[in-house]
Each structure stands twice: as structure tokens, then as C-alpha cells.
Design a binder for this molecule. Structure first.
Ligand code: PBG
Length: 325
């Protein structure tokens, strides 16, 4: 009984009710983490040119926005900061009064139930735009670790629930865990950007976060897009150092690695649906070349079907308005 005409797969596609009954993957607002770009000032709400619908927000605007997001049922936000001044060692990243630290406190004041995740990296804060300490044109690994650990500690002290190192230095998860525990912040979790690739899909983000490297590129620390086995080693290493959540980033060109990570590890798995993936959908939709809502939901469903438990996405807000309550 394994062949036509006895077997007809179309029988269960006959009506929406039947299709819904046998649907294997569903999206929920609870699956999403929404990213924000926070800037100094008051009343600032600047749309990012390459990311329609995404804004750089000052803290007062952010708190208003976040309230609405929490009401929609999105459980978590991810914060990126643009400092007042950049310098070689990214001081504002670990200053107690840094922009992200202030944003965390403000969000916790208005919506304490919202999970606040902070991005731990130096590239938005350094004048050279690299994710670590630079010497003779090279990004140094070990001297960067203490700065990252200090940034994570400052964010956690401000009230972050989860810190998310995105720098790709070796040993950062362990260094951050040690700093948090040393500061008595044993309950703050680490979401490691474990398998993060040197990707062209980050282009629009670098406009949004003003983090374009001023020389060279990030290929000496972020991963080679060709490598899948190495991605598993990166994840394994982060888990060994104490990562609570693991991540594959970007999502769309790496769906096979999301699946491999899901099959191999039991940690909650996050996929980052990055800025370039968002921008492509927006650009095509603006030209009337695709059905925006349909394509967006198809992409996010695909990322979840590949094995992601959680999706960081700039689409999170609009999707939450579309999905059933
Ligand atoms: C910081 C960081 C980047 C992204 C997240 N954290 C940029 C980069 O590594 O160059 C990219 C996110 C996106 O494209 O949406 N290191």
C-alpha cells in the first residue's frame, strides 16, 4: 500500500482545517527576540535606510516602544548600543553609564517581565570598528577577553537577564562566565553567538550600529562560510565554557547547520535572521516583486523547521501583529 492510486498525499491538503491539523511547524510570538539599536539623546527615532521599519531609538523612545512590544507578547529584546564617542578600546561598552546599561535599567523599570538580552561586543564602540583590541593591524584575542568580560559584567549589573557575546574571540564565554560569577551574578545566562560566520548579510546592520571596520574585514575571527564541521566545534567549545543558549548566525544560508546543531546538542538553539536577510525581503516587497507577508512567514517557518527554538528577527514585531493570539 505504498503507491498510487491507494496513496494520495493530497487528501490531507483538501481544506484549511485539514491542513492545519497536520501542520508540523508553527510560529508563535513566544519564539521571537526583537533587536533594538539604542542611541544617546532624547526624542530620537531615526529610521535605518537599509532596514525599513527599524529605528535607532533614544532611551525615552525605546521604553515607549518596548511597552507596546511586550503587550504584543514578544518575550525578549536584544540591545545594541551606539556610543557618544568611540575610542580604540571601546570604553563605553563597559562604562557603568554606557548607553546599553542605561537602556537596560530603563526597560526593567517599565517592563520588568520582558527578558533583556544585551549584545556583548566592542565593534560599535571602537574607533577602528573591530570587535577587539587592535595592535599592528591585528585583532588580539587574549587582551580582548578582559574588555568583553567587563562589558558583560556592566550589562549584567545594570539588570540584563542574558548577555550575548558576538565577538568570536576564543575563550570569551569562559571569561565572561568567570567575571559574572566573580561579581555574584551567577544567575545571569549567556547566549553565545557560537557559529557566527563572516557574512555579507551583516551589511545593513553595520549602518544601523555604525560598526563598519575601518580597515580589513572580520575574517580572522568570524567563521568561514564554507565550514560546517568547524561550526559544530565552535558550539561544543562554547558549551564547554558554560554557554546556556547557543546560536547559528546568519540563518538562511546556514539552515543545514541549524539542523545539525539541533540533532547534536540539547541546548536551546537560537537562529539569527540577520539584517541583510531582512533588507532583501523589504526591498523586493517594496518593488512589488514578492508578497511580503507570505515570504516573511515562509522564511521564519523554515528557520524553525530547520530546528531553531528561538529566532532573533527584525520581523518579530510585524509578525506578532499578524499571528493569531
Ligand atoms: C557585532 C554584531 C554584528 C551583528 C550582530 N552583532 C555585526 C558584525 O559582526 O559585523 C550582525 C547582526 C545583523 O546583521 O543583523 N559584532
Amino acid at each position: 500500500m505504498s503507491a498510487f492510486p491507494a496513496v494520495r498525499l493530497r487528501r490531507l491538503r483538501r481544506s484549511e482545517a485539514l491542513r492545519a491539523m497536520v501542520r508540523e511547524t508553527s510560529l508563535s510570538r513566544r519564539d521571537f527576540i526583537y533587536p533594538y539599536f539604542v542611541v544617546h539623546g532624547r526624542g530620537v527615532r531615526d529610521e535605518v535606510g537599509s532596514m525599513p521599519g527599524v529605528f535607532q531609538l533614544s532611551v525615552d523612545e525605546l521604553t515607549r516602544d518596548v511597552r507596546a512590544l511586550a503587550q504584543l507578547g514578544v518575550p525578549a529584546v536584544l540591545l545594541f548600543g551606539l556610543p557618544e564617542r568611540k575610542d580604540p578600546r571601546g570604553r563605553e561598552a563597559y562604562h557603568p553609564d554606557g548607553i546599553v546599561q542605561r537602556a537596560v535599567q530603563a526597560i526593567k523599570d517599565v517592563t520588568p517581565e520582558l527578558v533583556v538580552i544585551t549584545d556583548v561586543c566592542l565593534c560599535e564602540y571602537t574607533d577602528h570598528g573591530h570587535c577587539g583590541v587592535v595592535e599592528d593591524g591585528r585583532v588580539l584575542n587574549d587582551p580582548t577577553l578582559e574588555l568583553l568580560a567587563a562589558a558583560a559584567l556592566a550589562q549584567a549589573e545594570a539588570g540584563a537577564d542574558v548577555v550575548g557575546p558576538s565577538d568570536m574571540m576564543d575563550g570569551r564565554v569562559g571569561a565572561i562566565r568567570k567575571a559574572l560569577d566573580g561579581g555574584g551574578l551567577t544567575e545571569v545566562a549567556i547566549m553565545a553567538y557560537s557559529a557566527k560566520f563572516a557574512s555579507g548579510f551583516y551589511g545593513p546592520f553595520r549602518d544601523a550600529a555604525d560598526s563598519v571596520p575601518q580597515f580589513g574585514d572580520r575574517r580572522a575571527y568570524q567563521m568561514d562560510p564554507a565550514n560546517g564541521r568547524e561550526a559544530m566545534r565552535e558550539i561544543e567549545t562554547d558549551i564547554g565554557e558554560g554557554a546556556d543558549l547557543i546560536m547559528v548566525k546568519p540563518a538562511l544560508a546556514y539552515l543545514d547547520l541549524i539542523r545539525r546543531a539541533r540533532d547534536r546538542f540539547d541546548h536551546p538553539l537560537v537562529a539569527y535572521n540577520v539584517s541583510g536577510e531582512y533588507a532583501m525581503v523589504k526591498a523586493a516587497a517594496r518593488n512589488g516583486w514578492i508578497d511580503e507577508r507570505r515570504v516573511t512567514l515562509e522564511i521564519l517557518t523554515g528557520i524553525k523547521r530547520a530546528g531553531a527554538d528561538l529566532i532573533i528577527s527584525y520581523h518579530a514585531r510585524e509578525v506578532s501583529e499578524w499571528l493569531d493570539r
